[in-house]
Design a binder for this molecule. Structure first.
Ligand code: PLP
Length: 277
């Protein structure tokens, strides 16, 4: 497996990260996960736009402009012979003796690799169970930073309960899941938390909202409560790896009749069309 390290293609053994890397000390970096369908990056422009936004907010200068980086990732996909899977890419502020302020002369460290992964066809068909939990993250959840400890703890909470994922809420207002966005359907309307500082602005979320509009459905980007979640006709999550996955129970209680909903199915079908290029 070949890795991208700065602007070079290297083996894992050649890829040497310093123990003083600020990603290791502070989680001081940002990342992206791209889906690869048929050997091609899905929604690449949107991912690079978010990548640039996250890096700029943390004031991490990007070692390569996105145009060049796109070419490198395409080449990485080709070298690794990837057809269906993901590309993981991250940049940290680089290595320096441990001290909180930005070091004066740091060289950001960029790394990317590919992973083979099948589409989650089974859970997309059957749906998943979810449990709820307080969202204890910071107030810049719109930045895709390496600081994922609250997400890790939240996902582990779901695993401990035997659930497929965790639905996060701030004081009863539903935000998102550990690595996906969440939408509910009520009386034919698709409702999801607004894209502000409390959630990651999911690329899949944006695609699905466009598709919902295309179907003539009413779309409301407005916060909803745990109570509304429990009273929803349908619940589903969206994300690069989960695509559109139905949630069929919340905290052990079935959503509606406990089967994936009709609008969820229609959105899954529409999503399918966007990836069969
Ligand atoms: N929310 C969080 C916290 C995430 O980590 C992710 C992605 O992994 C998402 C939402 C979904 O975003 P996207 O559709 O861009 O993958």
């Amino acid at each position: 497996l070949t890795y991208l390290y700065q602007d070079r293609f290297v083996s894992k053994e050649e890829l040497q990260i310093s123990p003083e890397d600020r990603g290791y000390y502070f989680g001081d970096g940002v990342y992206e996960v791209f889906r690869v369908y048929h050997g091609r990056l899905y929604e690449a422009a949107a991912h690079f736009e978010r990548w640039e936004k996250s890096a700029a907010a943390l004031r991490i200068p990007l070692p390569l402009p996105s145009g060049e980086l796109t070419g490198r990732l395409e080449e990485l996909i080709r070298i690794n012979g990837l057809s269906e899977g993901t590309v993981y890419m991250q940049v940290t502020r680089g290595a320096a003796p441990r001290s909180h302020p930005f070091p004066a002369d740091t060289k950001p460290i960029l790394m990317a690799y590919t992973t083979e992964a099948r589409r989650p066809l089974n859970t997309m068909k059957e749906g998943i169970s979810a449990v709820t939990m307080e969202d204890i993250r910071w107030l810049r959840c719109d930045l895709k930073t390496l600081n994922l400890l609250p997400n890790v703890l939240a996902k582990q909470h779901a695993v401990d309960q035997g659930a497929g994922d965790v639905i996060l809420h701030r004081n009863g207002t539903v935000t998102e899941c550990s690595a996906s966005n969440i939408m509910i359907v009520k009386d034919g309307a698709v409702i999801t938390h607004p894209a502000n500082h409390l959630i990651l602005h999911g690329i899949t979320r944006a695609v699905v909202l466009r598709l919902a509009q295309g179907l003539g459905l009413s779309v409301r980007e407005t916060p909803f409560t745990l109570k509304e979640l429990r009273a929803a006709d349908e619940v589903f999550i969206t994300g690069t790896t989960v695509e559109v996955t139905p949630v069929i129970s919340v905290d052990g209680v079935p959503v509606a009749d406990g089967r994936p909903g009709e609008i969820t199915r229609r959105l899954q079908n529409e999503f399918e069309k966007t990836i069969s290029f």
